[in-house]
Design a protein around this ligand. Structure first.
Ligand SMILES: [Zn+2]
Length: 91
């Protein structure tokens, strides 16, 4: 199988599982939100990270990711990311 980059700018949940595995190995809890952002950016998705459950469940809301230290992080694509996806899908 040839190695190909994931299509940037689209949520690819299978690829996210791979990058999230990296997040799960992070040892420094202070770095957890940053590492989560970095691994998602590496998968082509710009996100915001919060330890608070979102007030509104939006179309991009996913179950939280639990870091190796037991903290749950909710992630949402940034406004810019959502705008980019909308632009990509415009014929
Ligand atoms: Zn942590």
């Amino acid at each position: 199988m040839s190695r190909e980059d994931d299509p940037a700018g689209h949520p690819n949940y299978a690829a996210m599982d791979v990058v999230i595995a990296k997040f799960k190995r992070n040892r420094d809890h202070k770095a957890c939100p940053r590492v989560l952002k970095e691994v998602m950016a590496a998968a082509g998705v710009e996100i915001t990270v919060s330890t608070c459950r979102p007030l509104v469940i939006g179309p991009y809301t996913q179950p939280p990711y639990t870091c190796p230290h037991g903290t749950r992080f909710w992630i949402e694509p940034t406004g810019e990311q959502i705008a980019q996806w909308a632009q990509d899908e415009t014929p």
